[in-house]
Design a protein around this ligand. Structure first.
Ligand SMILES: *[C@@H]1O[C@H](CO)[C@@H](O)[C@H](O)[C@H]1NC(C)=O
Ligand SMILES: *[C@@H]1O[C@H](CO)[C@@H](O)[C@H](O)[C@H]1NC(C)=O
Ligand SMILES: *[C@@H]1O[C@H](CO)[C@@H](O)[C@H](O)[C@H]1NC(C)=O
Ligand SMILES: *[C@@H]1O[C@H](CO)[C@@H](O)[C@H](O)[C@H]1NC(C)=O
Length: 217
């Protein structure tokens, strides 16, 4: 529902192209639930995330048992630990105690509003005149030419992104963020597991851009 609103607003705003230039909006520490749906592949993953906004670390653990219907049986089984500061990420297989360490080519991800994103006038989702029925949000938009991606993020007044649309030539991705708490419930999930330590960085095939969203497209 939010995604449809986002797409509609995105189209309206692209036509109107009215940008306010605010201070950069930086999201807080967060723990919550994320769903990622691509236009071509359907629901790609559902799972828990933990985000350290200062340390710039993100863990996303998809939960296969949530693939409840025929529509969502092509979900990816992914456990990612992204260290944006170091430019490194790990694909973790906890069951197997195995791990792949790769270099990260872009720090674009759905919990962070890029510094060069442009903010558009705030609007209300739902009915703001009834307590608890409306949410005042603003839209932050921009593009990342190296990734051939443009994005549109629906963000609360407290800089909490909750619905983001990524457009690329090949596919588009909608990311929804739910049940957010503004702290880190389990700091251990942001630590590199012992079985991942000391691994060499795997070679990236020519032309591949490693990023959070490219894991799902
Ligand atoms: C966010 O989490 C990190 C890691 O636990 C902590 O060092 C930092 O102080 C937290 N930031 C806020 C604003 O709570
Ligand atoms: C996956 O989701 C199910 C159903 O909500 C839950 O019982 C289970 O604990 C989750 N598993 C993980 C690893 O989070
Ligand atoms: C989901 O899996 C079932 C059984 O394996 C299959 O018949 C169905 O086509 C799949 N659906 C999608 C959307 O791939
Ligand atoms: C265990 O990890 C290896 C790669 O190191 C992988 O090929 C294999 O499929 C994994 N097994 C399971 C059960 O996930």
């Amino acid at each position: 529902m939010c995604a449809a609103a986002l797409l509609f607003v995105f189209m309206c705003l692209t036509a109107a192209a009215r940008a306010d230039h605010h201070q950069p909006c930086h999201s807080p520490n967060m723990t919550g639930f994320m769903s990622l749906t691509s236009f071509r592949g359907g629901v790609r993953a559902l799972g828990d995330f933990t985000y350290d906004s200062m340390g710039r670390k993100l863990r996303f653990q998809s939960n296969d048992s949530l693939s409840i219907s025929e529509l969502v049986n092509k979900t990816l089984s992914l456990d990612l630990l992204m260290l944006f500061e170091e430019g490194i990420f790990y694909e973790i297989d906890s069951k197997n105690q195995s791990c792949e360490k790769k270099s990260l080519h872009s720090s674009l991800h759905p919990l962070d509003i890029p510094d060069d994103a442009k903010s558009h006038f705030p609007f209300n989702l739902g009915n703001p005149s009834i307590e608890g029925e409306g949410l005042k949000v603003s839209l932050w938009m921009g593009s990342v030419p190296e990734m051939k991606v443009s994005y549109s993020m629906c963000v609360t007044q407290g800089c909490l992104p909750f619905s983001t649309l990524y457009f690329s030539e090949s596919d588009s991705l909608i990311v929804s963020i739910m049940n957010v708490e503004n702290d880190i419930k389990d700091p251990d999930v942001l630590a590199v597991p012992s079985f991942c330590q000391g691994l060499p960085v795997e070679e990236t095939p020519e032309g591949t851009v490693n990023s959070f969203i490219n894991e799902f497209l």
